[in-house]
Design a protein around this ligand. Structure first.
Ligand code: USQ
Length: 383
């Protein structure tokens, strides 16, 4: 297959390129280095600085003999994106080219506007490029479990049957996000659903929970091919942050009571889910939605896990509750369904002590590069 990965320099993007390439697919990647520039701007670079994309593709080709084509540019520029579609006619386009950080979207009006503009226009451009160049192309978009929020009812996989005054209808599951970033993901889903109905596009929307980990089968082969590992308040997800905090002796930063529950997933499983989705496309005129998580934890449970494994490894780990900088419900019911991807063949890699140990070792090796100032910078939802 010809696979176009948009946002190929990101946490998921580069591992996805290697994953498809290793399985013999032709891979083209696009990125505008937004995350690299922003990490520089906001003083929150990843623990290991990754070689640029051209260099990484050279290393990958040296290792495997497989080429990955790279374009540096912005997918909100429609003519740029369309020309790539015309040249490569992808069978699948994977959309990671969004501003992915909830705290970033809450920094100020400018960052909020950027998040809206970037996330919505990039999605709009894909819909147009697929319609105008190759309507057969399967769009895989990374959604987020945060679209649903934490409702007091079971969360279904995207769709919801409603009975009202004796009549029934199927709708997108009700959604209410708790950041501007998450709200743009709801808007993306709505937009794609509109074009699925109107133009008959075929779309898979993967509602992913916070991802953790760094090691993927391909990235493990050469440290220069590893993905970017953020632990800062802007781009770091909670488990990755806790592991770094344990190593540098920073108290684990539990926001509020720590009873917030989310669905989590190992980066290896994220790749497997995207791969399975690409290999089993939905039919035309269908928006297929999967909840891309493998288990649920409260923040307290994650902290306790890192505390226990960290202690065993000889770190003096402290757990601390901070005033919650976010506006989110802390005590809530949470029962999402996530069987669709497993039915398609996903075999989860669960969060074992060994997984946490492996991460601790990686962080320990790079301890000297950690910027403690980026751990808590004080982004508040209500400032
Ligand atoms: N949290 C803490 N302490 C921290 C960081 C986070 O207690 O130091 C808490 C948060 O308050 C939240 C939970 O941990 O309740 C998860 O936070 P997170 O920062 O790991 O994840 P989030 O901001 O929700 O966003 C991340 C990714 C985003 C993706 C989303 C999936 O950055 O791209 O869409 O996870 S989900 O959360 O399911 O919406």
């Amino acid at each position: 297959m010809r696979i176009l990965v948009m946002g190929c320099d990101g946490y998921m993007g580069w591992p996805t390129c290697m994953h498809f390439s290793s399985k013999g697919h032709e891979v083209i990647g696009i990125d505008n280095y937004f995350k690299r520039y922003t990490a520089l701007e906001l003083d929150c670079e990843p623990i290991v600085l990754n070689p640029n994309l051209v260099e990484r593709t050279r290393i990958w080709e040296g290792l495997t003999g497989n080429k990955i084509g790279i374009y540096i540019g912005d997918v909100t520029d429609y003519h740029f994106l369309k020309s790539i579609f015309i040249d490569h006619k992808p069978d699948v386009v994977i959309h990671y080219a969004e501003q992915p950080s909830a705290p970033y979207s809450m920094l100020n009006r400018e960052k909020a506007a950027f998040t809206l503009q970037n996330n919505l226009i990039s999605t709009l451009n894909i819909a147009y490029a697929v319609k105008e160049v190759n309507t057969q192309c399967h769009i895989i978009k990374l959604g987020t479990m945060g679209e649903y929020g934490t409702p007091n009812i079971d969360i279904e996989e995207g769709w919801f049957d409603i009975e009202h005054k004796g009549r029934t209808e199927k709708f997108l599951f009700p959604r209410q996000a708790s950041s501007l970033y998450h709200t743009t993901k709801i808007q993306d889903t709505d937009m794609l659903w509109y074009y699925v109905r109107t133009w008959g596009l075929r779309v898979t929307d993967l509602m992913q929970g916070p991802v953790y980990g760094i090691f993927t089968d391909e990235g493990k082969q050469d440290s220069r091919l590893m993905t970017n590992f953020h632990y800062d308040e802007i781009f770091g997800t909670v488990l990755n942050r806790f592991v770094v905090q344990a190593v540098v002796g920073h108290p684990l930063t539990i926001y509020g009571s720590g009873t917030q529950i989310r669905g989590y997933i190992n980066i290896k499983d994220s790749l497997a889910c995207v791969y399975l989705s690409a290999m089993h496309p939905p039919e035309h005129g269908k928006l297929r939605i999967f909840n891309q998580i493998t288990e649920t934890f409260s923040v307290n449970e994650l902290a306790e896990k890192v505390y226990a494994v960290g202690k065993k490894a000889g770190y003096s780990v402290e757990i601390k509750h901070y005033d919650n900088p976010r506006v989110e419900t802390e005590d809530h019911y949470y029962n999402p369904k996530y069987t669709g991807l497993m039915e398609m063949g996903l075999h989860p890699n669960y969060l074992t002590d060994e997984v946490v140990e492996e991460l601790l070792c990686l962080v320990e090796r790079n301890k000297g590069c950690i910027n403690k100032n980026s751990i808590l910078r004080g982004v508040k939802w209500n400032k």
